[in-house]
Design a protein around this ligand. Structure first.
Ligand SMILES: [Fe+2]
Ligand SMILES: [Fe+2]
Length: 284
């Protein structure tokens, strides 16, 4: 699941048919077939249980996975190319499985959840896919670092870290797949459609920034109160009060580590690490 390379050693042109085959095969061949229903959730000490229950992330996490799976699946349904479609269907199924894992976890530890909203399919399937892809690029980057901080501080007991590890690595595969899809897609568009696509990507980023400002203020896009300020205070919430700079450094290191095992000819997510490096320099 963590290591994958294409057998043929030739260089691959980004946007080519070979590139498409490569990022699809990467996703398909690194699939981990675990079954959420048989995960043995480790018994937690009263302290550890309190830690897990006190994290303000469970509602937003369950709902994010619910929205991601319908968005990815809806986009997959529009894709004709059989290999790409298979990879997208697997991606969507993994998101649905994340939601099941999370619901098993909250069940096992008696964490109450807010009632879930409906997850309607997006009116524009491509918009839904872009929103999910780029939001995973942001959220996974911070999740990598926060997860490592929680592991290091012992905030999560080692068994729980191990149990949850595949979900985090799966998000790493998803963003790797997504950025390669985006680069491939852009290049195979006729030139006159590229500016339109670039504009759409900019609108997606604007939407995601707006959405995250909403989350940070404790209000989600439907106006309901939500889990506030998690990433901002995140490392304190997982038992290790890192400085913002140290947290960013940890995220960068974890991001590099999680991406390291995949074929070097595939593109890596760059935008968020680049912004993070810039922020870290400004914080120096
Ligand atoms: Fe997910
Ligand atoms: Fe994902």
């Amino acid at each position: 699941m963590r290591h994958w390379a294409d057998a043929s050693p030739e260089p691959v042109r980004i946007g080519s048919r070979r590139h498409l085959q490569m990022f699809c095969e990467m996703l398909l061949q690194t699939h981990n077939p675990y079954k959420p229903a048989v995960i043995a959730w480790p018994a937690l000490s009263p302290d550890a249980l309190q830690h897990v229950k006190s994290l303000p992330i469970w509602d937003i996490a369950v709902q994010t996975e619910g929205r991601a799976s319908i968005r990815v699946q809806t986009f997959a349904d529009t894709v004709q190319e059989p290999l790409l479609r298979r990879a997208l269907e697997m991606d969507g199924a993994e998101e649905a499985r994340h939601k099941v894992v999370l619901s098993k976890l909250v069940q096992a530890y008696g964490i109450p959840l807010a009632p879930e909203p409906a997850y309607p399919p997006p009116a524009d399937p491509e918009w839904g896919w872009l929103v999910t892809g780029y939001s995973e690029c942001i959220d996974s980057f911070f999740a990598f670092g926060l997860f490592a901080a929680a592991k290091r501080s012992g905030f999560f007991p080692a068994e729980l870290v191990e149990t949850f590890e595949p979900v985090i690595q799966e998000e790493g595969r998803h963003i790797l797949f997504f950025v390669n899809w985006a680069a491939w897609y852009r290049r195979q568009l006729p030139w006159w459609r590229r500016p339109w696509f670039a504009l759409k990507v900019m609108r997606v980023w604007a939407f995601l920034i707006w959405e995250r400002i909403g989350i940070a203020r404790g209000i989600d896009s439907d106006g309901a109160a939500q889990d506030a300020n998690f990433t901002m205070n995140g490392s304190a919430s997982v038992g290790e009060a890192l400085s913002p700079r140290a947290l960013i450094e940890l995220c960068l290191a974890e991001n590099a580590r999680r991406m390291a095992g995949y074929d070097a000819r595939l593109l890596r997510p760059e935008t968020v690490p680049r912004l993070a490096r810039l922020a870290s320099r400004l914080l120096a």
